[in-house]
Design a binder for this molecule. Structure first.
Ligand code: EAX
Length: 322
């Protein structure tokens, strides 16, 4: 009798937790911790989908690069072994070349410029994805990138001369950084902490939210607020995944993507406001006054080659967007 009661109880619990309908798992991968701007974004995305579909869709999140680097996660989305990736544009230009234009250093003036451009004319770039086996749901955000290193404070290009710095696997960045005088060393994000720790590279560059989330304060002495490039992010899935959704569910996924961008940008704002003081508390010495003009001037020649690749008019149109 006791056993019967127990199995009845288990049965009831089982019935309560198992949904009465088929539940589709949505696998979502990203590079950082759950407690980061990226985690805030994917969580807002997942919450919206789960609540609006009454649990017909359920997310499984794979944070902390547990499925590999961003390039590998994008490949997994193309292959269909991962459903959604939240990724910086770092490796995206290797899949969708047109996107590389937004990775040009000193292209955007400030957050307002970048966000309004991407939400406006920048929507056109999202149409380039489906022919590459990808669907870009929304522009999210990584933030303005700053340099950190273990050697010296950086205020001007002369200070970075010869520094070995990890960069993303992004040719537009690498060309620009070489013009600054840096020795760029491309590397997938999961390897960066170790490379900084062992001294394989002297430094790296990333936005404040990433520097915080990845705990680079443990392995870097100096942070310079160089703001040398805006780093957009994207929430990416595949045509294969989208085509399985009903029209109504597609709408829910696009709404969820908007929630993702809003939550992610809100967390970037928060990290920008509080993160620098936090990093100082963790022992990082911060250079706030950087000779931005000298860094811009160092790019004069490489801007000629950017203009050849992307069209001077197209670059100007972004820079002058009000
Ligand atoms: O998306 O690779 C990078 O430096 C990125 O900024 C990081 O993975 C966050």
């Amino acid at each position: 009798m006791k056993r019967l009661t127990l199995s009845l109880a288990l049965l009831t619990v089982g019935m309560m937790s198992a949904p009465a309908f088929a539940q589709t798992i949505v696998k979502v991968g990203h590079a950082l911790t759950m407690n980061s701007h990226t985690g805030a974004g994917t969580t807002a995305f997942c919450d919206h989908i789960e609540s609006q579909t009454q649990g017909r869709y359920k997310c499984q999140q794979y944070p902390n690069s547990s499925l590999g680097g961003e390039r590998e996660m994008i490949e997994a989305v193309q292959l269909g072994t991962l459903d959604v990736v939240s990724t910086s544009t770092g490796p995206v230009g290797n899949f969708v070349p047109e996107v590389k234009i937004v990775d040009i250093p000193f292209l955007f003036r400030d957050y307002d410029h970048a966000r309004r451009y991407l939400d406006g004319p920048g929507q056109e770039l999202l149409t380039k994805f489906p022919s590459k086996g990808l669907v870009a749901l929304v522009w999210t955000e990584n933030g303005f990138r700053h340099m950190t290193n273990s050697k010296r404070p950086i205020t001007k290009p002369q200070d970075v001369a010869g520094l070995k710095m990890r960069t993303m696997e992004n040719k537009v960045h690498m060309d620009g950084y070489r013009a600054f005088g840096i020795q760029p060393t491309p590397m997938a994000f999961p390897e960066v902490f170790g490379a900084l720790q062992t001294g394989t590279v002297d430094g790296q560059e990333n936005p404040i939210p990433v520097i915080l989330a990845a705990k680079f304060s443990q392995v870097q002495k100096h942070l310079s607020l160089t703001n040398h490039v805006y780093s957009p992010s994207l929430l990416i899935t595949s045509p294969r995944f989208m085509n399985k959704l009903s029209e109504a569910d597609k709408k829910i996924f696009y709404e969820a993507a908007k929630k993702c961008a809003a939550a992610q940008r809100a967390r970037v704002n928060e990290d920008e406001n509080n993160g620098i003081a936090q990093l100082e508390k963790e022992g990082v010495s911060v250079v706030r006054k950087v000779d931005g003009q000298a860094f811009r001037d160092a790019l004069r020649e490489v801007y000629v080659s950017y203009s050849k690749e992307f069209g001077a008019e197209n670059i100007r149109r972004i820079q002058e967007f009000k």
